[in-house]
Write a protein that binds this ligand. Structure first.
Ligand code: FAD
Length: 350
């Protein structure tokens, strides 16, 4: 048995793969990262919104109490290590489209369970916003500039680990005793972080993935809105470069990454219905979210093929979840610590 020995090969360089590489490296592991970089990869398209509230039922997002204290700490720490700025906290505003929705938010905001997250209902007008049904401010919102984060991490990692831009061919992976051989590399474990590319993975494709395509627009407003995250049925968030990101659509089951102008028109019409500053579109992009049944990510080891691992299923919440899940996955790999039972794939029969 020959080749270059490494602890782990990570397949996929999106939010999951890159953040796991960072966490494994600080735990002293050797890593090879194999990624086929695609401009339409979910992590490259994502708006990076971090928001604690699920609109349906106006409740706290899953594991919000655990995750939200970790998020700023983890990103600030990595901003310092990577000497880059990619995490921006901001006020959120939920702009109510009708009186019924306003009344429901008003009621939920006054509950003791939610008043840490949602400010009291207000009818005060917001500059640039034309909706007349009032709003609630949302605390603890933020935005991860995913491209700046990924680029800074790649630059830092490049000096410390092997990174190859290539398509991983699953058929070329061979078991050699207790280890896995892929080309010239010999590894104790392979961690698949392939996003929706997992559908081609012969070991993990049976997990229930439901790809959901989504559109993001970059808009230029004639006059700037105050920097904040605005949500109605659609949303607007500053991109940090003087423009605004707007989204999004949910095309369930679609794996098509070619933008269609009809989607952009519908989104812009929606945004015009609650803003009053003229804007025009600069870009329209489309990506595929790795959404999963039950909205719980998939982490863990293959039950039959020891040494094959998965870290996937971040759905539309990658930016909020990696500060919690990547250290958890790294501790599982390095120290045998147990995974949260809701994300552990041992709950499935593969
Ligand atoms: C329109 C849209 C808006 C979004 N907005 C937000 C948001 O506001 N907030 C938020 O938190 N999340 C958002 N998301 C979701 C977020 O993008 C995902 O949760 C996250 O990026 C998933 O990261 P990942 O690393 O699992 O997958 P990906 O980003 O898809 O990365 C997987 C990587 O693996 C590579 N790969 C796959 N197969 C192979 C192979 N065989 N060999 C080599 N490389 C391979 C891919 O090319 C890719 O580079 C959005 C997604 C979309 C599409």
């Amino acid at each position: 048995m020959g080749g270059e020995k490494t602890d782990y090969i990570i397949v996929g360089g999106g939010l999951a793969g890159i953040s796991l590489a960072l966490e494994l490296l600080v735990r002293g592991k050797n890593i090879v990262l194999l990624d086929n970089p695609e401009p339409s990869a979910s992590s490259r398209i994502a708006a990076g919104i971090i928001h604690p509230i699920v609109p349906k039922g106006v409740r706290l997002t899953w594991m919000g109490e655990t995750i939200f204290p970790l998020i700023p700490v983890w990103y600030r720490e990595w901003e310092t290590r990577l000497s880059a700025s990619f995490y921006q906290t901001m006020e959120g505003f939920q702009i109510h489209p009708n009186a019924e929705t306003a009344a429901f938010w008003q009621q939920r905001a006054s509950s003791t369970e939610m008043n840490v997250w949602i400010a009291p209902f207000s009818r005060e007008s917001l500059p640039g916003i034309s909706a007349q049904q009032g709003h609630n401010a949302i605390h603890h919102c933020a935005r991860l500039d995913t491209n700046t984060f990924l680029n800074a991490a790649l630059l830092w990692l490049k000096e410390k680990i092997i990174i190859e831009c290539c398509m991983f061919e699953h058929a070329s992976l061979k078991k050699q005793g207790q280890q896995w051989q892929y080309g010239k590399y010999r590894a104790d474990g392979i961690v698949f972080c392939e996003g929706i590319g997992v559908l081609e993975n012969p070991w993990f494709h049976k997990l229930h993935f439901h790809p959901t395509a989504g559109d993001i627009l970059t808009l230029k407003f004639d006059k700037d809105l105050p920097q904040a995250l605005y949500k109605n049925r659609s949303w607007l968030v500053p991109d940090g470069k003087g423009n605004w990101l707007a989204g999004s659509t949910f095309h369930k089951g679609s794996r098509n990454t070619t933008p269609v102008s009809e989607d952009a028109e519908k989104l812009m019409e929606q945004i015009r219905s609650w803003t009053n500053i003229p804007f025009f579109m600069l870009h329209h992009r489309r990506g595929i979210r790795p959404t999963v049944e039950g909205r719980r990510p998939y982490l863990g080891e293959h039950p039959k093929d020891a040494g094959l691992f998965i870290y996937n299923g971040l759905g539309s919440k990658g930016s909020s979840l990696i500060p919690w899940l990547s250290p958890m996955m790294a501790d599982f790999l390095c120290n045998g610590k147990t995974l949260n039972s809701e994300v552990d794939i041992s709950r499935f029969d593969l």
